[in-house]
Design a binder for this molecule. Structure first.
Ligand SMILES: C[S@@+](CC[C@H](N)C(=O)[O-])C[C@H]1O[C@@H](n2cnc3c(N)ncnc32)[C@H](O)[C@@H]1O
Length: 185
């Protein structure tokens, strides 16, 4: 599996409205995100999904967006400010070997990792760190692009997630992608 990180200059393309033609953030996320929630989004890029989630959590919620690239976070910050949603988006810079989420232990209502786990050299650590942030019974929506990750590789990710206590409860459709809804036991 390739672990090359998506270059920051692809950020605007990933956040382009044209992507909605095959992957609609509102449709994908509406069933899971309610007002007041704390949502964790590792690898938000420039925020194609983040802004939709920030709208849905409302003024009393927050989306914690954790990326390894400062330039992705800068693009996300610009877009969130333009949309008037910056007060609901917490931007955090991750380190290569850890997302540094210990302070969020047991606080997260829902997590979303889209098109990012295949870029991580140690996905076992990623799943352990993410699972630790979730409240008991809270869920992680994992989505990987079918063009980069085949079915065998996606299953290997699900196996690692299971080792971190996250079990598959549904396989939602996510437009040219593999997707699974994982619940913390
Ligand atoms: C292909 S982009 C996807 C962005 C966004 N989720 C989307 O679907 O538009 C992958 C993102 O994950 C980030 N990323 C890669 N490795 C990471 C890590 N170890 N921790 C946090 N973010 C990471 C990259 O910097 C990039 O912004």
């Amino acid at each position: 599996m390739a672990h090359r990180v998506c270059p920051w200059w692809l950020g605007p393309l990933l956040a382009s409205p044209i992507r909605r033609l095959f992957q609609n953030p509102a449709k994908l996320l509406a069933p899971y995100i309610q007002e007041g929630m704390t949502v964790l989004e590792p690898g938000p890029g420039m925020g194609f999904f983040t802004l939709e989630m920030a709208r849905r959590v409302g003024a009393s919620g927050r989306v914690v967006a954790v990326d390894i690239q400062a330039k992705m976070l800068a693009g996300l910050k610009r877009r969130a400010a333009k949309a008037g949603l910056l007060d609901r988006v917490v931007l955090r810079l991750a380190q290569a070997d850890s997302m540094g989420l210990a302070d969020l232990a047991g606080q997260v209502d829902f997590a979303v990792a889209i098109a990012m786990v295949h870029e991580i050299p140690a996905p076992d650590r990623f799943f352990a760190e993410t699972a630790a942030t979730l409240k008991p019974g809270a869920r992680l929506l994992l989505v990987e692009p079918a063009g980069h990750v085949d079915a065998v590789q996606f299953q290997a990710e699900l196996d690692l997630a299971a080792q971190a206590g996250l079990s598959v409860t549904a396989r939602p459709a996510a437009g040219r992608s593999h997707a699974a809804l994982l619940q913390k036991g």
